[in-house]
Ligand binder design. Structure first.
Ligand SMILES: *[C@@H]1O[C@H](CO)[C@@H](O)[C@H](O)[C@H]1NC(C)=O
Ligand SMILES: *[C@@H]1O[C@H](CO)[C@@H](O)[C@H](O)[C@H]1NC(C)=O
Length: 271
């Protein structure tokens, strides 16, 4: 009886904690709450904790939609404000998560200068050494000039620190750095494993592929019986991801080197 009670209480507590897990925009993830005027010098943020919920370091600018950079009018995708990460600048936030579960961190980025830009995304604590990502910012020419980037991780603690860092050091213009907006966290129900389904005649098979994020490929073999003179062979990717507005490029498995071989004795081939 005692045990049952304890178990129930534990379950209730667990579900309460789980509901406080960030799923969606991080607190002030759209940077709509900004620094006090006394904590800014022009657009530059001067205090470490000036942007609510965030800790900043380095050259960070607080940008309002419509601000001008030279002749260019800066447009912000969500709300009216975004931040710019200058040379060696970073933004950090601590978030409660559920240890062991998989999350996807997404954010929007716009480049404002014609130069190569990269961001280092890291989540700590992290049991895997060197598990951070350098994401090169590529202009995809999405309709509003902003592109969405994602970084998936497994939570290695009940609370994690998410950091986005612009590792650039030597650039002519310290103010040339990517604009960041809409930092969000999404709980992934499963680490997504892409899968190709193959259909031919009346036969079908599935080829799962587990990515380690390091490149790689897998050979697959599929034996089918031709039931007519023309047989349609279909490859279907059953999991894919795309941007929430259904624009942009699809992510999915790449298929190559498809060969069709006729065999007299399929049993021997399978053996
Ligand atoms: C990226 O950030 C992580 C965590 O702060 C750091 O350990 C790593 O050295 C950084 N990588 C680069 C190339 O700056
Ligand atoms: C299939 O091809 C064979 C050989 O070309 C031919 O004799 C046969 O009539 C074809 N069958 C059908 C249903 O088209």
């Amino acid at each position: 009886m005692y045990r049952a009670t304890v178990l129930l209480v534990t379950l209730c507590i667990t579900s309460q904690v789980a509901s406080s897990v960030a799923d969606g925009l991080l607190p002030n993830g759209d940077f709509e709450q900004g620094p006090k005027p006394s904590e800014m010098k022009g657009t530059v943020v001067t205090a470490k904790n000036a942007i609510p919920n965030w800790e900043i370091s380095g050259f960070i600018e607080y940008i309002k939609s419509g601000d001008k950079q030279g002749d260019m009018v800066l447009v912000v995708p969500a709300g009216a404000y975004a931040v710019r990460l200058g040379n060696d600048a970073s933004i950090k936030q601590r978030v409660k998560v559920t240890q062991g579960l998989f999350y996807s961190l997404t954010f929007n980025v716009a480049r404002t200068c014609a130069q190569e830009e990269k961001l280092n995304v890291s989540v700590s604590p992290n049991s895997e050494p060197r598990d951070w990502g350098i994401l090169p910012m590529q202009t995809m020419y999405s309709s509003n000039g902003w592109d969405t980037y994602a970084w998936a991780f497994q939570a290695d603690g009940p609370e994690v620190e998410i950091s986005i860092h612009n590792p650039a050091v030597e650039k002519e213009d310290a103010a040339c750095g990517p604009l960041i907006d809409s930092v969000a966290l999404k709980l992934l129900s499963n680490p997504k494993r892409p899968k190709v389904e193959v259909y031919a005649g009346k036969d079908r098979t599935q080829v799962p592929y587990e990515s380690n994020g390091k490149g790689g490929f897998k050979h697959a073999k599929f034996v089918f019986k031709a039931i007519s003179n023309h047989t349609r062979i279909t490859f279907l990717s059953s999991f894919y991801t795309m941007k929430s507005d259904h624009s942009g490029s699809l992510c999915g498995p790449v298929l190559d080197d498809v060969k069709l071989v006729s065999v007299r004795n399929p049993r021997r081939l399978l053996a």
